[in-house]
Design a binder for this molecule. Structure first.
Ligand SMILES: NC(=O)C1=CN([C@@H]2O[C@H](COP(=O)(O)OP(=O)(O)OC[C@H]3O[C@@H](n4cnc5c(N)ncnc54)[C@H](OP(=O)(O)O)[C@@H]3O)[C@@H](O)[C@H]2O)C=CC1
Ligand SMILES: O=C(CO)COP(=O)(O)O
Length: 355
């Protein structure tokens, strides 16, 4: 922590916003948390507990909750925005009258905006034109953080001040903050891994084993990096916490909401039932739709995402899709070493190429 107490505003009263507010307060910051639900504000201020999103965890009592945006943003230095992608822009617009260029604005949201295909840091840039903008991503299950399980995350920003202040505000004995200057790559990784967490939950529900999960996660990484390169991000970023790290946790844990949606689907629920019974955001459902459309447009090969799309939206049974994917084109393990096209060419030359 710096000598002077940092003032942090958290926008969002969900599980991640609440976990981050508590970390910052544990770390000595003055923390105010904005949410629209007055009853929840009352409960947090009275009981220091978020009964709706993290009912079993004691929050740091220093966190002050409020429905008043002006009060929450007043003299704040760092603003953490933990609002699902669907509502992100509208909340930023609500906050805008009180935002100043000196503010450090950090999105924690792992999603993509529906109509624009913008990531949340781009929405922040578009809405404010400010320079201190960053994103947090990594293997960060909110309830484990609330339980003070040792955790690491990434603050990614093109701006050094943003990276440093977030490391100072949040880095503590149970939360380690690594820095990256590939904001686009880190943010894309956070959004893309949700797709594969749904697929992993589905595979688990179908009784598939650890070899299958391992194959799925590793091929997901290949697919995510392939997409990211076409989007101008650095594929090396995907080897870090926001890529491999978050893929491991969300493809393995029942605490991930995306994984749980996949599991419910694998057990036979409809998509509507699975999403409704979750009662919280599972960004991956929307992300798979947006990413598949973008990948088709850009000609990026994403068989896993496409397969999941067909299961979610075209009624293809998950087990049939898995079988179909196993018989897809013979491909390369690490494409940055042996290009996929070289494998295809060799098969063509052998006269046994399957389109
Ligand atoms: N939970 C986790 O483990 C992690 C989540 N994230 C990311 O953080 C983002 C936020 O997630 P999380 O906190 O978990 O989400 P939750 O679903 O737990 O909570 C969402 C919060 O956003 C609020 N909200 C939704 N729509 C609006 C709106 N139109 N206006 C105002 N407030 C709104 C909700 O308010 P209300 O209750 O009133 O509806 C609630 O406070 C997600 O994109 C997720 O990917 C990242 C890392 C870990
Ligand atoms: O991103 C997360 C953990 O890093 C949380 O994942 P879910 O949104 O699937 O719960």
């Amino acid at each position: 922590m710096s000598e002077q107490q940092i003032k942090v505003a958290v926008l969002g009263g969900g599980s991640f916003g609440t976990a981050l507010a508590s970390i910052a307060a544990d770390n000595g910051a003055r923390v105010r948390q904005w949410m629209r639900d007055a009853a929840l504000v009352e409960q947090i201020n009275r009981e220091h507990r978020n009964g709706r999103y993290l009912p079993n965890y004691a929050m740091n009592p220093a966190v002050e909750a409020s429905t008043e945006m002006a009060q929450v943003l007043e003299d704040a230095e760092l603003v953490l925005i933990a609002i699902p992608s669907k509502a992100f822009r509208s909340v930023v617009q609500t906050a805008k009258p009180w935002l100043k260029p000196e503010h450090i604005l950090v999105s924690t949201t792992k999603g993509i905006e529906q109509d624009s295909f913008l990531l949340m840091s781009q929405v922040l840039e578009q809405e404010t034109g400010f320079t201190h903008i960053g994103v947090i991503a990594g293997p960060n299950l909110a309830s484990e953080i609330a339980d003070k399980q040792l955790t690491a995350t990434v603050i990614a920003s093109y701006d050094a001040l943003t990276r440093t202040r977030v490391q100072q505000a949040l880095g503590c004995g149970y939360f380690r903050v690594y820095a990256s200057n590939d904001r686009h790559g880190v943010e894309l990784a956070g959004a893309l891994k949700n797709i594969y967490a749904i697929a992993a939950g589905m595979a688990a529900a179908l009784g598939m084993g650890e070899n299958t999960r391992s194959m799925l996660m590793t091929r997901a990484l290949a697919e995510m990096s392939r997409f990211a390169v076409v989007q101008g991000a650095n594929p090396m970023t995907f080897l870090g916490l926001a890529g491999v790290g978050d893929l491991i946790v969300t493809c393995s844990s029942n605490l991930s909401r995306n994984y749980r949606v996949g599991y419910a689907l694998g057990k036979g629920d409809s998509l509507e039932q699975a999403v409704e019974s979750l009662g919280q955001v599972a960004e991956g459902v929307n992300t798979v739709r947006l990413v598949c459309a973008k990948a088709r447009e850009a000609g990026v090969y994403m068989p896993l995402a496409e397969g999941l799309y067909k299961v979610l939206f075209e009624g293809v049974p998950a087990r049939d899709m898995a079988g179909y994917l196993m018989l897809g084109e013979q491909s390369s393990d690490v494409e940055f070493i042996l290009p996929r096209e070289a494998v295809q060419q060799a098969h063509r030359e052998s006269g046994e190429w399957r389109e």
